[in-house]
Every structure is written in C-alpha cells, then in structure tokens.
Ligand binder design. Structure first.
Ligand SMILES: [Mg+2]
Ligand SMILES: [Zn+2]
Length: 189
C-alpha cells in the first residue's frame, strides 16, 4: 500500500470549450481548434510537477455521430500540437456513453477521476477540475476536489443564465484556462 504522502494532486481539464473551441459535436478532426493560451498554461503545470489529465464526455460515440476512432484521432492531434510547444498532457479519459446508459464515467459522475486516481496515485481532495460547464463544477464537488469555471466555451452563458440556481458555486471563476492555471498554482503554493 502506498504511503499517503505519495498521493499527488492533479488538474483535471475538460476538453471542448476549455482546451479547444466548443463546436457542438466535434465530429471531424478538421474542426479541432485549440485555444492559443493552452500550451503555455499546461507547460506551467508540467513544470510545477502537477499531473494534467483531460476528462471529456463524448456521447457522440454512443449516439452514432462519429466513431470512437475519431476521439483518438482528435486526442492525437491535440497531443501533437502541444508537444510542438513543449507542453504535455499526462493522461486522457473519455466517456463515450449517453445519459440514458447511466454509466459511472459520464461527468458529473466521478468514474473517470476515480480511475485516474487509482492508476496514477492521485489525491482527489487536493485536486482541481477546470471546465466550461456547471457539470464540471459538480464533478469537482462530487469528487471533493475544487472546481474552476472558465468563461470560454459555454462558460459565459452558464454564468449569465444559470449561476443563480447552482447549488454549489465554483471555487473560482476564470477568464480562461490561463487564468485558471494562475489560481491553481497559487493554491498549490
Ligand atoms: Mg466543455
Ligand atoms: Zn460513461
């Protein structure tokens, strides 16, 4: 059994609307557009020794909108673009299911985070979730992590129209992933 001290905090990051432009169902690799500030932000997390883990709901697979191979193709492109800028994603988890399948991995359920925690010796309570939907903030709450909402993607609209009825507000609201990273690095000290 690993010592508790060996468990590390991680930053779990949503893909669509947070790392890349929200385009609805990203059903072709040509529609992938990474935000320009992402590589520098991830590089800072890499340098801080903080694992960067992407967690994304991709129900378009189960809905038959695109094959599962496309998810891998998009992730390969994302990793390639990042590595050209000296940035790294340590792991990617995705949920291919629809809500009606009632799986344990679709955000805001915590299956992907729990799997990552087991596989990578992570301390979820000291970890962070960054995303543009309230489901990402709920995911953070469900995992006892801290949630950061970004204003990119759906974020601005989520704040404008839905924030008043959220049972749990985000721990921090950031303009984008760059500002979210500033805040997270301050919390990590
Ligand atoms: Mg999103
Ligand atoms: Zn799932």
């Amino acid at each position: 059994m690993p010592e508790l001290q060996a468990l590390r905090p991680a930053v779990f990051i949503d893909r669509d609307g947070t790392i890349a432009e929200e385009v609805g169902y990203l059903n072709h690799v040509s529609r992938f557009r990474m935000f320009p500030f992402v590589a520098a932000a991830l590089r800072r997390l890499n340098e801080a020794g903080c694992p960067v883990i992407v967690v994304t709901n991709q129900s378009g697979v189960a809905r038959g909108y695109f094959p599962e191979s496309l998810v891998h193709e998009v992730h390969q492109l994302m990793m390639q673009q990042l590595s050209k800028s000296g940035a790294r994603i340590d792991a990617i988890y995705y949920c291919p299911h629809t809500p009606s399948e009632n799986c344990n991995c679709r955000k805001p359920r915590t299956g992907m985070l729990e799997q990552a925690a087991r596989e990578r010796a992570l301390d979820l309570r000291r970890s962070f979730v960054v995303g543009d939907r309230h489901a990402d903030v709920e995911l953070a709450r469900n995992a006892h992590a801290r949630g950061v909402l970004v204003r990119t993607g759906y974020g601005e609209g989520e704040l404008a129209w839905h924030a008043v009825k959220w049972p749990t507000p985000p721990d921090f609201v950031a303009a984008d992933l760059a500002e979210a990273t500033d805040w997270i690095l301050r919390q990590l000290g």
